[in-house]
Ligand binder design. Structure first.
Ligand code: GLC
Ligand code: CA
Length: 557
């Protein structure tokens, strides 16, 4: 085990501001709304808020397309509101980590407005411009993450610009030192304000190869991955960032690094790498696709355990894990990895929480996860607000080769909008999220699943999370203990141990909707139960677990 730090011991709570709390009845969550819920977060016990983007943005991708890094989105409020939020959080000993979206800007950003004007504009080289193969054909066949070509033709200068996401999200040219200096300067500006860290959006994509050949692919478009993801200078640029910004403040950093392996993670976030503190890996949420990322099937438990355990083992002592089941880009945890049928929703949500929070790494809770909020019962394509879901339906069904019957269940299961329906605060109209008309529909199950009901019920999912968070503070073994997987081949149980000095935990989680027998290993026989999602005792040696049952034994030698 290497150095102890506050961000290893912390529990982080992600807020997607648009859907968290609306204070002024326009149907859109805002900063004042977040301020009004800080006491709720304090009561839950979290240490850090990761705030999805609140910067000025035309909202083509809900704030992930930024037009001014030093201004607040008008719909969310003002810089005074932001300062009040930061102050209010700090008064409660809660830190705030900002989303940092610097792989691309909005096409409305001043830099891009200038850049597209002429080939000799001083900002031209802030973005990635190329000649087409000919007047009608883009420079190469790369497809963007949100569908269509990754290149957009711009009539002004007759050239194409690169956008790995929507065409309103042009990629910045990190090879230009001026771009890096502008970004570092902006980051220092936020740090000087007193923020506590950055979650770095698609940071593994900032460095592109100079040559940009066609990518492989069997469809219309080719894969940009080999040329843009973990590109040639990404580590150089992150070390530069670390040296000129990150190392100068007491902040935490987490990089979003889709496609990262454990080897690469050690480069990005190794204990001595001088780049980032940790990365988000996506193997457990990205290895299940049938049609691209789309699927209606759950990942098998054996595969899930293999992935999670590899990360636990290979990073041990060398780099730090971030732990998550869901976020604003993923379906709801309980619907995806647990079981959201009424009989199993609460118990499986608690089981998932146990399984994740007992692992080594910093746990992330996505807003509403602590209530066991579920996927949304989408009925028709016009209910989607997310650019990715809307484009996917068009590409795979309307214009593509999949029938509605085949694709629809996959889209409904995986759509990012599942996570983006409003936070369910109480059982009043619109779940107490807004006094107006919400920008995206509220899940109809809010009458049963909401914060008011759950904070009042000591047996709720909410109180279970609260207990797990509190236990973390009292049990360093939860944070620093060494992980070992037991029963790797079981397709019903996820069982592992954690060990730190003389303390050991045995974590037993059932991932199935029927009973399963388990024999407590001799070493743990008779050890007291630290937490469980039932009210029974665990004194016996042979234990018959009910559906989604989870318990943790704690032993001192
Ligand atoms: C990241 C964000 C996602 C966004 C994309 C483009 O993956 O998490 O929400 O759409 O980057 O910025
Ligand atoms: Ca509002």
């Amino acid at each position: 085990m290497t150095g102890r730090t506050w961000w290893k011991e912390a529990v982080i709570y992600q807020i997607y501001p648009r859907s968290f709390m609306d204070s002024n009845g326009d149907g859109i969550g805002d900063l004042q709304g977040i301020i009004s819920r800080l006491d709720y977060l304090k009561y839950l016990g979290i240490d850090v808020i990761w705030l999805s983007p609140v910067y000025q943005s035309p909202n083509d991708d809900n704030g992930y397309d930024i037009s001014d890094y030093r201004a607040i989105m008008e719909e969310f409020g003002t810089m005074e509101n932001f300062d009040a939020l930061l102050k209010g959080a700090h008064e409660r000993d809660i830190r705030i980590v900002m989303d940092l979206v610097v792989n691309h800007t909005s096409d409305g950003h001043r830099w891009f407005v200038e850049s597209r004007k002429s080939k000799d504009n001083p900002y031209r080289d802030y973005y990635i411009w190329r000649e087409g193969k000919d007047a009608q054909t883009p420079p190469n066949n790369w497809g963007s993450c949100f569908g269509g070509s990754a290149w957009q033709y711009d009539g002004e200068t007759g050239m194409y610009y690169l956008h790995l996401f929507s065409r309103k999200q042009p990629d910045l040219n990190w090879d230009n030192p001026k771009v890096r200096e502008e970004i570092f300067d902006m980051m220092r500006w936020w740090c000087d304000k007193g923020i506590d860290g950055f979650r770095m959006d698609v940071i593994s994509m900032i460095s592109k190869t100079a040559e940009m050949p066609d990518g492989e692919g069997d469809g219309l478009y080719g894969d940009f991955g080999p040329y843009c993801v973990h590109g040639p200078n990404v580590h150089k640029y992150l070390r530069e960032m670390n040296e000129s910004v990150l190392s100068r403040y007491d902040i935490m950093t987490v990089g979003e690094t889709s496609g990262v392996t454990t080897e690469l993670a050690k480069q990005y976030a190794g204990e001595n790498a001088r780049e980032l503190n940790m990365v988000f890996q996506f193997e457990h949420v990205e290895s299940d696709g049938k049609y691209g990322k789309w699927t209606d099937e759950k990942i098998s438990l054996v595969t899930l355990k293999k992935i999670m355990s590899r990360w636990q083992t290979e990073l041990y002592g060398q780099a730090w894990n971030s732990l998550f089941w869901d976020n604003h880009d993923q379906p709801r945890a309980v619907s995806r990895f647990g079981d959201d049928r009424p009989a199993f929703r609460e118990i499986s949500a608690k089981m998932l929480a146990t399984c994740l929070h007992m692992m080594q790494g910093t746990p992330y809770i996505y807003q509403g996860e602590e209530l066991g909020m579920t996927n949304y019962p989408f009925g028709s394509p016009d209910e989607f607000r997310d650019i990715e879901s809307i484009n996917a339906y068009r590409e795979w069904c309307t214009e593509g080769k999949l029938s509605h019957e085949v694709f629809w269940p996959c889209l409904v299961f995986k759509s990012r909008d599942n996570a983006r329906t409003p936070m369910q605060w109480d059982d009043s109209e619109n779940a107490g999220f807004t006094a107006g008309k919400p920008w995206i529909a509220v899940n109809p199950n809010y009458k049963e699943i909401n914060a008011r009901a759950e904070t009042a019920d000591p047996d709720s999912v909410f109180h279970y999370y609260k207990k797990l968070i509190a236990l973390r503070k009292q049990n360093p073994v939860m944070v620093y203990g060494k992980y070992e997987l037991l029963l790797p081949e079981s397709d019903a149980l996820f069982v592992y141990t954690r060990t730190l000095e003389s303390t050991s935990l045995l974590v037993v989680c059932s991932f199935c909707d029927h009973e399963t027998d388990f024999t407590v290993p001799d070493a743990f026989f008779g050890a007291p139960c630290l937490i469980s999602n039932t009210n029974r005792s665990y004194e016996g040696k042979e234990i018959r677990l009910g559906a989604y049952e989870a318990f943790v034994l704690r032993k001192e030698v």
